[in-house]
Design a binder for this molecule. Structure first.
Ligand code: MN
Length: 764
């Protein structure tokens, strides 16, 4: 058999092919009927149901027009829908479905589903045209000029959505359905796609075993939950029942038989409860419809599996729905019913005051009815019932109903939807509308693809760094860049739903403190903090070791040749447990190296004199020390400057220019805190220092200065402009330079600008 390009049962095949495939399918079916004795009877049933005209081709256009469309569309709109129908019919000419019906019957059936939900005429046109782009090679632009941009966008959206569904990875149902919703630019796209799937499921019986199972599972995993999320109850139920039957025909049959039997047994009791509720309400002047709620096969199956309950336990609970006209009657009805039967404690829920996220409103309560049999009762108004059944579409459905019986809360719900619709029309660009709709559906999430095609859920505003840490802490710690949809992007980029994200890592890379300013996930935040802390810790240990060795050197000792027992005795005194902690304390500036050295040496010799700091060799600096060594902002030392170090508690080792004004006071009061320092022969970093430049004011002078600095390879970190007088502008600029020679060259260049009056380093 020539397989269609895809597994979609509606994908058209050429006439010749179809005739052949129908014949072959029949033949194959009879073979498999002999092979799979368990399911085969039910599979044959599914297939024959799918081929029935009422299921596969439920309507003609004339019929649809005469019944549903005339009900709620105006003449001009119906003409538009008819034009779309004629166009699609011509485009699909010669194509057939596996059921043997002309292809056009499928889009027409999809339109009928939407028309019964009173969807607008553009949605119906999109439904009728939904396979035209993909299956007949008509371009989106062509549809645009033929039927307007809105309809073309809808059809294109449906095609794109179908493609996403095909590329999805397995077992990510929850994320996937959310992503699909978040990506659809117009909620009507989802509605068309859902109706498409519903009709496909009604005719699933003609598919081969593997495809039938796969499509059924996909329906249960993705489509039914989306219908639920949108609050379209009847669609959710039908998708679940059809999906379950197609996936497990035998189990579905057994449960539905058991349901039918149980219903017969309980019918008398159910009727009695229903009548007594009805009567009590009537006596209090509330006219209500009271119906016993149907139990659905798939939901019973799911409860049996998930809650490990027996079929009897689940069927033991009876459900009733009470539908009244006004919201205040809901509460009155609740009181009356609670008076009739004893309510079960803690089971009352008020979804009228606090609706569910999908807009569902109702009162829920559980009571002990006759003979103590528990019953679940839902109480709501007609409008709430329409919304509960049709969700978002319920608002369309209710448009034509009588305005008079709206109470204020229903009115508000209606206004909310009307506002959204108006916003969409006014904006001309549906994005704003979708944004507000999206906010209601997913306030705080984005969904992106990993390179392996998995979907990752992240909070809104998440960056590639958040993504990297979500994949693995090691990836986060070593990330250096990101590709978003194949293009290099800054690590601070805010990710959008549907993007493909790939992290660039390098083995030696380390997290940066500034990442903390844009990451939004706890995992990234704590990952970065932890890495920075251990980085700082190991650097502090290294520096502490250098400083302590330097202090010990005057007595010809070093850490390596100290006696361990001797060290241990000193630990207690400094409140540490091991050598690394002691060294870190020194490196972080919490302990003075010379004090520690003195204690260590005095353990042997109580008369030991304090080491004189003049004997200590200088600390060598190269600029790549990392987090423990800091270069003072007050004076901005650069290689070549005469420097000293100052141990500052909590900050560690801070390098100043020897003549820095801030050192003068310290040198006088606590000379021991000043540590001699030298530059290493090679330095390997950028050092920041500030220049004060006075300039004659003239147009464009600041720009000229900035260009001069950049041309001289100075990295401008900050620039502050101060108007000194009408003639003079004073600029303080902080620049990154390599060393004193580099700085001198920069200053020479600036002096060469004609307008420069003076240039000095702020430290001098
Ligand atoms: Mn279709």
């Amino acid at each position: 058999m020539t397989k269609p390009a895809t597994s979609d049962p509606t994908r058209p095949t050429s006439e010749k092919n179809t005739q052949k495939s129908v014949r072959k399918t029949k033949k194959k079916r009879s073979v498999s009927a002999r092979k799979h004795t368990g399911d085969s009877f039910f599979v044959a049933q599914l297939a024959s149901r799918a081929r029935r005209d009422k299921v596969a081709a439920p309507t003609s256009f004339a019929q649809l027009k005469a019944t549903l469309l005339k009900d709620y569309l105006d003449e001009a709109q119906i003409v538009e829908v008819e034009r779309a129908f004629n166009y699609a019919k011509a485009a699909h000419k010669g194509q057939y479905r596996r059921t043997g019906h002309p292809y056009i019957t499928h889009p027409l059936a999809v339109a009928q589903i939407l028309a019964s939900m009173r969807m607008d005429h553009q949605s119906l046109m999109a439904a009728i045209l939904h396979d035209v782009i993909e299956d007949t090679g008509v371009a989106k632009q062509t549809l645009g000029s033929e039927f307007g941009q809105d309809v073309a966008e809808l059809v294109d959206g449906v095609s794109k959505l179908s493609k996403i569904f095909k590329t999805r990875a397995e077992a990510q149902a929850e994320n996937f359905q959310k992503m699909a919703l978040a990506m659809a630019r117009d909620i009507r796209v989802i509605m068309v796609k859902m109706a498409d799937r519903l009709h496909n499921m009604r005719t699933i019986g003609v598919m081969g075993r593997d495809q039938r199972k796969r499509i059924a599972r996909e329906t249960l995993d993705f489509y039914a939950p989306i219908a639920n999320r949108l609050g379209i109850h009847h669609m959710k139920v039908e998708l679940e029942e059809l999906g379950f039957q197609a996936l497990y025909p035998l189990r579905a049959d057994r449960i539905s038989r058991a349901v039918a039997a149980a219903k017969g047994n309980r019918k008398v009791l159910m009727d009695e409860v229903r009548r007594s509720i009805s009567r009590s309400l009537m006596q209090e002047g509330i006219s209500a419809s009271v119906v016993a709620r149907e139990k659905h096969v798939y939901s019973i199956y799911r409860k049996m599996k998930a809650q490990h309950k027996s079929f009897e336990e689940i069927m033991d609970v009876f459900g009733f729905r009470v539908v009244v006209s006004q919201a205040d009657e809901c509460y009155r009805a609740l009181g009356i019913i609670h008076n009739l039967y004893k309510p079960m404690a803690g089971r009352f829920k008020d979804y009228i005051a606090i609706p569910k996220a999908n807009g569902y409103q109702s009162l829920h309560t559980t009571l002990f009815s006759m003979h103590g049999i528990p019953i679940e009762v839902q109480i709501r108004t007609k409008h709430m019932d329409a919304v509960a059944e049709n969700g978002i579409a319920g608002h369309w459905l209710y448009k034509t109903s009588n305005e008079a019986d709206f109470d204020s809360s229903q009115q508000r719900a209606r206004e909310w939807v009307r506002d959204l619709l108006e916003l969409q029309q006014r904006a001309g660009n549906p994005l704003e509308f979708i944004e507000s709709l999206k906010i209601d559906l997913f306030p705080d999430e984005v969904y992106v693809f990993t390179p392996s095609g998995d979907i990752m859920e992240l909070p809104r505003g998440a960056s590639p760094v958040d993504f990297a840490y979500a994949v693995h802490t090691d990836i986060g710690n070593r990330c250096t860049g990101a590709r978003v949809d194949g293009n290099l992007a800054p690590l601070s980029t805010q990710l959008q739903s549907g993007q493909y994200v790939e992290i660039v890592t390098s083995p030696g890379a380390k997290p940066k403190a500034e990442w903390l300013t844009f990451v939004v996930t706890g995992k990234a935040r704590s990952g970065i903090r932890h890495a920075l802390k251990s980085q700082q810790q190991s650097e502090a240990v290294e520096l502490g070791g250098k400083l302590l060795d330097r202090s010990l050197a005057s007595s010809n000792k070093s850490i390596d040749n100290l006696d361990f027992r001797r060290l241990r005795r000193v630990f207690k005194e400094f409140g540490v447990r091991k050598l690394d902690e002691l060294l870190a304390a020194i490196g972080n500036g919490d302990q003075m190296a010379y004090v520690v050295a003195q204690r260590l040496l005095a353990v042997d010799d109580p008369n030991y004199e304090a080491v004189s700091i003049e004997h200590d060799g200088p600390v060598h600096l190269h600029g790549g020390e990392g987090l423990v060594v800091k270069y003072a902002r007050c004076c901005g030392p650069v290689p070549g400057d005469a420097i000293v170090g100052h141990m500052t508690p909590g900050k560690g080792f801070v390098v100043h220019i020897e003549t820095c004004a801030n050192m003068t006071e310290i040198r006088r009061r606590k000379p021991s805190e000043i540590i001699p320092a030298r530059w290493s022969a090679t330095t390997r970093a950028e050092f920041f220092t500030s220049l004060r430049i006075d300039l004659n004011r003239r147009k464009g002078i600041i720009a000229e200065l900035a260009t001069t600095l950049t041309d001289a390879d100075a990295n401008i970190e900050n620039i502050n402009v101060e108007e000194r007088s009408a003639e003079v502008t004073s600029v303080v600029v902080t620049i990154g330079v390599r060393d004193r020679t580099h700085l001198a060259r920069i200053m020479r260049r600036v002096r060469a600008i004609g307008a420069t009056i003076s240039i000095v380093r702020t430290s001098s």
